[in-house]
Design a protein around this ligand. Sequence first.
Ligand SMILES: NC(=O)c1ccc[n+]([C@@H]2O[C@H](COP(=O)([O-])OP(=O)(O)OC[C@H]3O[C@@H](n4cnc5c(N)ncnc54)[C@H](OP(=O)(O)O)[C@@H]3O)[C@@H](O)[C@H]2O)c1
Length: 438
Amino acid sequence: MQDKNNSDPLVVGLAGFGTVGKGFARILEENQAEIFRRAGREIRIKKVLVRDVTRARTQALPPGASFCADMDELAHDRDIDVLIELIGGIEQAERIIRQALDAGKHVVTANKALLAEQGEELFALAARKKLFLGYEASVCGGIPVVQTLRESLAANRLTSILGILNGTCNYILSAMTTRNMPFAEALKEAQDLGYAEADPGLDIDGVDSAHKLALLIRLAWGVNYPFRKLPVSGIRDITPEDIMFAREFGYNIKLLGHAYMENDRIEAGVFPTLVPNSYLLARVGHSYNAVRMEGNAVGSLFMHGLGAGELPTGSAVAADLLEIARGGKANNRGYTSGALPAADILPPETASARHYFRLTVEDKPGVMRDVASIFADNDISIHQVLQKGQSRTVPLVFMTHKAKALDIQNAAKAIAGCAFASAAPVYYRVLPPPGGTD
Ligand SMILES: NC(=O)c1ccc[n+]([C@@H]2O[C@H](COP(=O)([O-])OP(=O)(O)OC[C@H]3O[C@@H](n4cnc5c(N)ncnc54)[C@H](OP(=O)(O)O)[C@@H]3O)[C@@H](O)[C@H]2O)c1
């Protein structure tokens, strides 16, 4: 792109006029005066790419804009300075972003799946061309966590990131916690209210959180942690019983993205986690997102807000666009080096954490002794035990001290093979209480 004068209007090609595209266009129109004061120039949408140009729309086109359905048109339009990619998916989104960068246009996207799976090549292309590839909207919608990690915490050595990165999961878990709903009912309610997709797999199986976690790791430590190597488990199997036991011990269950830097190695993953009630993270309700970051200079920092929705996500898109409009130097990944090194990954099976362990066992003498012996054989030390109810089979719940993931898996397998076990054991990670170490 031939850089225009900083006072010339900035011309945008908007790919996608769905939830986020419409929200972004509305913000640009409704907050026009404020945006002009901050950007120092007009920002205009010239073309809007959609699949079906004939479909009636609930929102009018931005003034002066026209619809188009030809994906190549935005990159080839010489007036367009910035492509905003909000169509989602991988192949076609990648194609239009690549075309735009090749044509010298800056890009803004909310596409976490694409950036987590194939981001490095696109970032390298943008760096070669000295172009912006903005992605504030791709992690936690309206929460400015990308900017915070890239700029505000740039002088820190980050030690940990913990995040509630998916609003759908948080809505479901909050409904299960506060209204004792079973998972299926809470999911149905989330779908009816528009918080969950008709096909909710990416959300409830933890994949969407893992996409965002991979981006946060890249920003925090300047390394590539291949998204497919992240251990991920979702929330499908969480029962009201587990929520109730967790509460008895003083915890709420949340789906958390974890990333820790220890001895120059990264331990990371997405897991349902028991969070002590005294943590702000435990109290994040409804469909809100939150991120807790810890830096060696700043200490611990907590951000909370709406992680999705047309206006919060549109607001993050507009913020990236304003940065471009101001004409600064692109700093997409936050590191000056070219290609980022591969992350030194702590093998997930060696990661150590406290665990919640629920067994369903026959209520008869000797069971506790056998379970304790399996734990001891696997180097697991017990912190607390709870047994409830009086019937032929009963839940037996343990909180362990820190134990390695592989030892926990082996103990679960051994217990599942015992005659007294009437269901496979259920186990989840537990965050230590503030100040706790093991
Ligand atoms: N929704 C959120 O709250 C949220 C939050 C954070 C990030 N994101 C990300 O933002 C992106 C957009 O999400 P969204 O919820 O706005 O999606 P959406 O509501 O489904 O809208 C997608 C838009 O893209 C257009 N489109 C899709 N494929 C196309 C193609 N091949 N050619 C031309 N146009 C195409 C659609 O056209 P038609 O209108 O003709 O169907 C529609 O206007 C995704 O990457 C998503 O992960 C969304």
